[in-house]
Design a protein around this ligand. Structure first.
Ligand code: FEO
Length: 382
């Protein structure tokens, strides 16, 4: 347990070996399950617990805690509430503070009696003596139960999953810089982006509090939180940089040649092309966060898109990126329905469709002219 500021301690667990998030997105640096202990002059509170498989590490972290009045459950997902039964067993006098939605989710998943809970209202303050915990209901970042806890006396806000990052490489603090932003952006895209309008609303509420410390449930603590708030304001805004994401799968190199040509054409026109392997869902998700245009670049298999691109389209639809435009390019042997089948998967967002460029076999002069026209259309649509 590490004291961050007077009476507020970090007692999270680093899950260095975890390699996938939701068995879908790679976690190159693992993740952490951040828990915090707050010692007021009269009462104490533990903010969240940890993933059940890390229970032993978690109990090592909280070994110094001698008495506990409250366990705060900011979110019912098991990576934060999973060790609640063991915590309540060790501290039978402790009450679980949470909202009604979270209470129900926890009771559905864990054997905890109803009388162990005390439901807190939005803006309700629970005094701990020289400091208090104020609860801010913040539904849909990213579940309906999510809420924040704020200590007005210390300018500390605990934001559960919101504003976090999947990494185990930190020394309690998240340091401002490209690496932190990259991890936070990938995390935002895969977890928060489908709830962009809620993110905007709750960001505004956090801004109004001008917190000095942001303590999320994954990744390090932000001691100068302005940079992460600004990054979120950028990602959640409707504005996109001049960026084109081109997820690609090419069986014989023909689609790859088309991608290479289009990427260069876009670069000449002042756009940043991001070419990503269709299997690299982490990179694709990261750039879905702010790409202006998505170009699906795929070979065809049995008259439809290569399954790897079908997977990308399915994921893009789930994550609801703010992309304004969409196009399809690719190569085929016999023919088929590349564009129709990919477009059919994009139902939750309404990007403008800028057209398709398809080559039968190897791309030729006509194909490259069509790719130049597509690049012009992308520029015009910005
Ligand atoms: Fe980190 Fe939604 O759990």
């Amino acid at each position: 347990m590490t004291e961050i500021i007077n009476g507020v301690f970090y007692c999270g667990v680093r899950d260095v070996d975890r390699r996938m998030f939701d068995e879908l997105i790679p976690l190159p640096q693992g993740t952490s399950y951040d828990s915090y202990f707050v010692r007021g002059s009269e009462k104490t509170a533990l903010i969240d617990t940890a993933y059940p498989r890390c229970v032993e590490d978690f109990f090592r972290e909280i070994a110094e805690i001698e008495c506990l009045d409250y366990v705060v459950a900011l979110h019912g997902e098991q990576d934060h509430s999973g060790c609640l039964p063991q915590v309540l067993e060790k501290f039978p006098e402790a009450l679980v503070l949470t909202n009604a939605t979270c209470k129900k989710l926890i009771m559905d998943a864990l054997p905890i009696a109803e009388d162990k809970f005390r439901v807190v209202a939005d803006n309700e303050e629970i005094p701990l003596g020289d400091k208090a915990l104020r609860f801010l209901h913040a539904p849909w970042v990213h579940w309906g139960d999510t809420m924040f806890a704020y200590i007005p006396e210390d300018g500390v806000i605990f934001t559960t999953d919101f504003l976090g990052a999947h990494t185990s490489h930190f020394d309690v603090f998240s340091h401002e810089g490209t690496e932190t932003l990259k991890l936070a952006k990938r995390y935002y895209a895969t977890i928060m982006m489908p709830f962009r309008s809620f993110c905007v609303k709750h960001l505004r509420r956090i801004r109004e509090l001008s917190p000095q410390w942001i303590m999320p449930a994954h990744g390090g603590v932000y001691r100068n939180p302005d940079f992460i708030l600004k990054a979120y304001e950028e990602w959640t805004s409707d504005i996109c940089p001049r960026k084109v994401l081109i997820p690609m799968v090419s069986m014989y190199g023909n689609t790859a040649k088309m991608v290479e040509y289009l990427a260069e054409a876009l670069q000449h026109r002042g756009f940043e092309p991001i070419v990503a392997d269709a299997g690299d869902l982490g990179t694709i998700s990261e750039h879905l966060a702010d790409a202006h245009t998505i170009v699906f670049a795929a070979s065809m298999v049995l008259a439809g898109p290569h399954p790897a691109m079908a997977n990308v389209a399915y994921l893009a639809n789930l994550l609801k990126p703010k992309a304004k435009c969409l196009a399809v390019i690719g190569s085929y042997g016999w023919g088929g329905k590349l564009t129709e089948r990919l477009a059919a998967q994009i139902t939750q967002i309404k990007p403008e469709f800028l057209g398709e460029v398809l080559a039968k076999g190897a791309p030729n002069a006509e194909t490259f002219t069509a790719l130049d026209t597509l690049a012009d259309k992308i520029v015009a649509a910005y």
